[in-house]
Structures are given as structure tokens and as C-alpha cells.
Design a binder for this molecule. Structure first.
Ligand code: AMP
Length: 373
């Protein structure tokens, strides 16, 4: 396995916080990062050696970016597969364009997952109101209508509760390819971040529990409060998906724990994930270090944790405004992403609190531990 030598340059497509934290991990390992983003002063370019300012579809920008780097990865999935294919013809792209193409489209993703033996909620591809009516007839109500492409943080999805909801939901989303998903009556939401190296070895971080507010991740509890057997099942499932994808890099697998105690996959993301931010403070090698190591062809260490952790996102202006208090509170570990403007729903930073292994507090203790938030 040919590891990228120190001082080489890793190109990151996308300028957000995932790129920022990947670049910070890369710097510690002696690499430089170069960012492709249309945004001036992006979170990732603030901490990187170089930036190509340009659109993800702009061939000249893509070529200039590729010329400046030794290997390419991405932190952002809504890059056109065509753009990534051009990059892949110029430099190694890890994970490759095929992996991105699968994760970009819920229909392709769910077909792939089911083919790989990973259970999902029952689903149907929908391209007309008639098809939606048939699909609802088969899957029942409630169910969730989602755009196949481009959705995130609950955007591009509508809950269907009654037969009268169908026409309005289709009118709202129907300009695009859609997926109808049966509603999963979940006990909790969990995720697993797995890294897969150039040599095919995989390592999986501990399973975590995710709590959302307004469709945006609010809290991650590490480890998830689930049984050991279920945790192993979830990790094995995530490793298996990474292997079947032939992925080199990082894969986050979001799952529901059903009321019957099984797991079904909600979605996958072939990049660092918000539910893995706790690993920066609670693990010897974070998800970002694993990402960099995999992309650079370095060996992957164990994905072990030295502490339990609670991670809280700082979303929007109100939570961001608590920064001075967060900084003044012993035990809170703060991370800010360098975004100038705190728009509603925007992830501005996160806070982690560590606990000795086995000492993760219950729900009321979590709130107390995160005071003043
Ligand atoms: P997504 O954008 O697919 O990650 O969905 C955002 C959130 O909506 C998830 O984290 C769940 O809380 C909820 N959700 C999505 N799909 C389903 C489903 N099939 N059944 C129940 N809840 C869902």
C-alpha cells in the first residue's frame, strides 16, 4: 500500500465544517489541504493551505483544483457525479464517483442497500400522483414522501397522514423524482461511522444515539443506550455496506432501532458525519483522522473510545450566542466553525462533554451536564 508522503496535498471538494475538521486532522498528520468551494472565506479554507474558488460544475476550476493536489476527497455530497468523474480522470478520488452516485439518490441507495442485504423501511419509487396513490395503497399511512435527490436536514420531505394529504404533497415535491417510505415506528435513532482503508480493512466506531430537533441533529450520545448484541449487529451491518461499496474513506450509516428491537437503515453518507463529531474529543483517533488516513492510504488504528460523550450542535443565532458562557463553563469542549452569519437552522459549531467510560448520564443528567445550553 502506497501511503501519501508527509507534506503532500489532499484536495477536499466542499468548504464546510466537515472539510474544516478534516483539514485540521490532516495538518496534524503533516498533510496540507486544498479546498474547492464557490464560497469565499469558507470554514474549510480558513484552515487550509490553499483554495480554488469555483463552482463544482466549472471545468476550468475542477482542472485547476486537481492540478494543485495529490489525492481528492469530498465533504459534501451534492457535487455532480460528472464533476467528480472529471476529477477522477486527473487524480485518485477517494471514495470514488460510483460511491457518491449511490449515496446521492435515495432510489439508487435503497436498491443498493437491499441488494447488499441491509434492511430499509419499505419503499417505492414515485414519479406521478397515480404512482403515489398506488404506493400509499401498498405501504399504508402514515408514510413519508421524500425527494430522491438533494434533501438534507428534513428538507425535501413531507409526512403523509391521511389520503387527503397526497395531492398537496405531490404538488409540493413532485417536480422531482420521489421515494415513498413506510413510516418506521422507531424506539431510537442510531448511527455508525466506519472507516475503510486502501487495503480493505474496516474499523467501526461505537454505535451512537441521535436526537433531532426540527429535523436537525441536536444531540449525540456515545455510546448508544442499546444492548451489546444490537450494537454489534449495527456495526457489522455498516462494515458490510462499506465493503460492498468498495469504499475507501468514511461511511456513516444512519439507522432506526425498531420497536421490535431490530435495525433498519435510514440513509448512508460516504463522508465524515455530524454524529461522529464526539470522536474528536473522546477517541485517540477521530473520524476526521480516520478519513484522512484512509484517503492517504495510511493504516487505520482501532476506532476505540477512551471516554463516553455527549455532543450538542450549536444551531442558529440563539445557541451560537451562548458561546461566551460555553467558554466559561468547565468541562464543556467547544468547537466553532468560523461561519460569519448565524442563520436559522445553520450549524455554527458543537459542544462535547466527556464522561468516564460507562458513566454516560441518563436524559436528565445530559441536560444538566450541558448547562448553560
Ligand atoms: P432523513 O432526511 O431521511 O435523514 O430524515 C430526517 C428524519 O426524519 C430522520 O432522522 C427521522 O427522524 C425522520 N424519518 C425519516 N424517514 C423516516 C421513516 N421512514 N420513518 C420514520 N421517521 C423517519
Amino acid at each position: 500500500m502506497n501511503a501519501l508522503p508527509p507534506n503532500s496535498t489532499i484536495g477536499i471538494v466542499g468548504g464546510g465544517q466537515l472539510g474544516r475538521m478534516s483539514a485540521m486532522a490532516a495538518a496534524r498528520l503533516g498533510y496540507r489541504c486544498h479546498i474547492l468551494t464557490p464560497e469565499a472565506d469558507s470554514p474549510a479554507s480558513q484552515v487550509s493551505a490553499g483554495v480554488t474558488l469555483g463552482d463544482y460544475e466549472d471545468e476550468a476550476a475542477l482542472r485547476a483544483f486537481a492540478a494543485a493536489v495529490d489525492v481528492i476527497t469530498f465533504e459534501f455530497e451534492n457535487v455532480s457525479a460528472k464533476g467528480l468523474e472529471l476529477l477522477a480522470s486527473l487524480k485518485p478520488v477517494r471514495p470514488g464517483p460510483d460511491v457518491l452516485r449511490i449515496s446521492q439518490d435515495r432510489v439508487v441507495e435503497k436498491s443498493f442497500l437491499n441488494g447488499a442485504g441491509a434492511p430499509t423501511a419499505p419503499w417505492r419509487a414515485v414519479d406521478s400522483l397515480a404512482a403515489l396513490e398506488t404506493a400509499v395503497g401498498e405501504l399504508g399511512l402514515p408514510s413519508i414522501l421524500k425527494t430522491a435527490r438533494g434533501g438534507y436536514d428534513g428538507k425535501g420531505q413531507v409526512m403523509l397522514r391521511a389520503p387527503e394529504d397526497l395531492a398537496a404533497a405531490f404538488a409540493e415535491l413532485g417536480a422531482e423524482a420521489l421515494v415513498l417510505e413506510g413510516f418506521v415506528n422507531f424506539a431510537c435513532e442510531i448511527s455508525v461511522v466506519v472507516a475503510r482503508g486502501l487495503d480493505g480493512e474496516t474499523v467501526a466506531f461505537d454505535v451512537v444515539e441521535n436526537q433531532h430537533r426540527d429535523h436537525i441533529l441536536d444531540l449525540t450520545l456515545a455510546p448508544a443506550r442499546i444492548g451489546a448484541d444490537l450494537a454489534l449487529e449495527a456495526q457489522d451491518l455498516a462494515r458490510n455496506v462499506a465493503e460492498k461499496l468498495g469504499l475507501v474513506g468514511l461511511l456513516a450509516v444512519e439507522m432506526f432501532v425498531t420497536s421490535k428491537g431490530g435495525v433498519v437503515v435510514n440513509e448512508i453518507a460516504p463522508r465524515p458525519h455530524n454524529s461522529g463529531h464526539w470522536t474528536i474529543d473522546a477517541c485517540p483517533a477521530s473520524q476526521f483522522e480516520m478519513h484522512v488516513r484512509a484517503v492517504a492510504g495510511l493504516p487505520l488504528p482501532e476506532a476505540s473510545r477512551h471516554s463516553d460523550a455527549v455532543m450538542k450542535n450549536l444551531v442558529g443565532e440563539a445557541e451560537c450566542a451562548m458561546w461566551p458562557e460555553i467558554m466559561a463553563t468547565p468541562g464543556l469542549i467547544g468547537h466553532l466553525y468560523g461561519k460569519a452569519e448565524a442563520r436559522a437552522g445553520r450549524k455554527m459549531g458543537h459542544v462535547t462533554r466527556l464522561f468516564p467510560r460507562g458513566a454516560l448520564p441518563g436524559p436528565f443528567g445530559v441536560a444538566a451536564a450541558l448547562r448553560p445550553l
